[in-house]
Design a protein around this ligand. Structure first.
Ligand code: PEP
Ligand code: MG
Length: 588
């Protein structure tokens, strides 16, 4: 048995060693099969019957998953029902059968190919991953075309699941059974449903391995290292021993995470701070809270559009926001209105390509040009605010006038809701993202106009330092400790504090222990980040005293470069507070 090592993307940390369970790859018919014209009606009826069987199947799966691992994981099946009923898709299938006289199987295959091409042209990784929902539904209809319906899945318990792709419903069904040791997939990315689910169920998972299904057989033994993104086929004894000890260390680390999650968020000198979670899907709430999140500091609402192939209605928006508010209650939820446009294209909307998308029609600029979409979203958020734990964030504010326009729209939405008898929180706080340098520069003026700031350092620093972080030629210039960045952040945080307004930071900077300590010294108290980083940031902030950190940061601000700042801070703080830098953890 050959010993091979494969590299992929680790999307759920942890290590598992065990036997393989290889799931069959689902493929549509190739080549095309035709029917004689007089059989068209019969073929359409066959397709309709399969669609109805699929509807029942999705309903059954939903109930089963709900009972097994809770409502939050059954959510994708609602999305699947919407895809199943998508008028454009159904019309496309009917047209292919009626006009091109193809078999229902071939029509499904062609529609699938069309969707694949659309999704492939999308730059945003998360949006791209949503193709699997469409595939999932189409495959279900496909299998239901067979007279005997879909096969009962075999048992993958106690084994390592290896598959080409784990479609969302399959992921929910198999992973929720408990007992799957790990997952290794050819396809997938960080934000695929399988990855999100595996993380929340703590199943070590590596995706994007390209050809793991071609390399393994059902007789092989595997190691899956979800922390470092590696899969090892038929490891020799030495390698097995090495990973056994890595597994023991990782498990000790997880124990530590669980302990830290229950600790109070308070510095050594008694100052409270609040770690919060950035999430993209309501399904992530349980996971975020288990890491010690004291609320959702950023819900990226644009991701709602990815759950479906048509535009979400006000009711659909409302259900999602209500669910967030309910499940996070009594903690706060910061809902950000959509940040789409630019490179975040949406299949449902015809957004024109722009020559310079990062500086183009995105976020609030897009919403103010698409007022009806914006109005629907505002109404839904307000309606969901009855528990009084929702806060609204407007992304990419550049100038004062935008706030004026937004206030008018909010007033109109409130008046409408009142006249229609819908209850809402009249005092729902309205805040803005500070992520355009011009907004940061006038933070003192903006702080008078809004209820809070949320600093988006991912965009703010890329615009301020003129550096695209994903461009390998210039990414070395992306330095959050650049003295210019520190001056700007000090001004923004200080402006909010002087006006008595809340200020949070939700860029990736908040997830780095050293940078979080610097931000604490600049006066920040609310840190929102990918939930997996909460324990290490919490541990770092608990280990320092604000009075010392403030003084050290003030001195560091007089230095000339990011490197000098970093060295100075480490030198001054490491010896005094060694615990602050002890916890590193998985590197994603
Ligand atoms: C940011 O820009 O820092 C931010 C949190 O927003 P996003 O990453 O969604 O652009
Ligand atoms: Mg941003």
């Amino acid at each position: 048995m050959e010993y091979t090592r494969l590299r992929g993307i680790g999307v759920s940390p942890g290590i598992a060693i065990g036997e393989v369970f290889l799931t069959a790859r689902v493929i549509f018919t190739q080549p095309k099969e035709y029917i004689p014209p007089h059989r068209v009606e019969e073929e359409l009826a066959r397709l309709r019957a399969a669609t109805e069987r699929t509807r029942e199947e999705i309903g059954r799966l939903k109930a089963e998953i709900e009972a097994r691992i809770g409502e939050e994981h059954a959510f994708i099946f609602d999305a699947h029902l919407l895809i199943l009923d998508d008028p454009a898709m159904r019309a496309g299938l009917d047209r292919l059968i009626r006009e091109e006289n193809v078999r229902a199987e071939s029509a499904l295959s062609e529609i699938h190919e069309n969707y694949r091409r659309i999704f492939e042209s999308i730059a945003d990784e998360y949006f791209k991953q949503r193709q699997s929902d469409v595939t999932d539904v189409l495959i279900k209809i496909y299998k239901n075309l067979a007279a005997d319906g879909p096969a009962v899945p075999e048992d993958s318990q106690g084994k390592i699941l290896v598959a080409h792709e784990l479609l969302p419903s399959e992921a929910a069904l198999r992973l929720s059974q408990g007992g799957v040791l790990a997952v290794a997939l050819d396809m997938g990315g960080q934000t695929s449903h399988a990855a999100i689910l595996a993380r929340s169920l703590n199943i070590p998972t590596v995706v994007g391995l390209r050809n793991v299904t071609a390399k393994v057989t059902g007789r092989d033994r595997l190691i899956v290292d979800g922390t470092d993104g590696e899969v090892i086929i038929n490891p020799p004894l030495m390698v097995r021993k090495e990973f056994q000890s890595k597994k023991v260390k990782y498990e000790a680390y997880r124990q530590e995470l669980r302990r830290v999650a229950t600790w109070a968020s308070v510095t050594l000198d008694g100052v409270r701070f609040a770690p919060m979670a950035n999430i993209e899907l309501p399904e992530e709430i349980g996971h975020a809270l288990s890491y010690g999140a004291e609320g959702v500091g950023l819900f990226r609402s644009e991701f709602i559009y990815l759950q479906r192939s048509t535009l979400p209605t006000e009711e659909e928006h409302f259900e999602i926001y209500s669910r967030l508010a309910r499940e996070v209650f009594p903690r706060p939820v910061y809902i950000r209105t959509i940040d789409i446009g630019g490179e975040k294209a949406l299949p449902q909307l015809k957004i024109e390509a722009e020559p310079n998308p990062a500086l183009g029609l995105r976020a609030i600029r897009f919403s103010l040009r698409n007022r009806e979409l914006f109005r629907i979203q505002i109404r839904a958020i307000l309606r969901a605010s009855v528990r009084r734990n929702i806060r609204i964030i407007i992304p990419m504010i550049t100038e004062m006038e935008e706030i004026g326009e937004i206030r008018v729209l909010f007033r109109e939405a409130r008046e409408e809701l009142t006249s229609q008898g819908h209850p809402f929180d009249p005092g729902v706080p309205l805040g803005i993202m500070i992520e355009v340098p011009a907004a940061a520069a006038i933070a003192d003026l903006l702080a008078r106009e809004v209820d809070f700031f949320s600093i988006g350092t991912n965009d703010l620093l890329q615009y301020y330092l003129a550096v695209d972080r994903s461009n390998e030629y210039v990414s070395y210039l992306y330095k959050p400790l650049h003295p210019a960045a520190l001056r700007l952040l000090k001004h923004v945080i200080g402006s909010a504090i002087r006006q008595g307004k809340d200020v949070a930071l939700c860029g990736e900077m908040a997830a780095d222990p050293l940078l979080a300590i610097v931000l604490l010294g600049l006066g920040l108290r609310t840190f929102s980040m990918n939930p997996i980083f909460i324990p290490r940031v919490k541990k770092a902030l608990r280990a320092v005293e604000v009075r010392t950190v403030r003084r050290v940061v003030q001195q560091a601000m007089k230095l000339r470069s990011a490197q000098e700042v970093e060295e100075f801070i480490i030198e001054k703080l490491l010896l005094k507070y060694p615990d602050a830098f002890l916890m590193t953890g998985p590197s994603f």
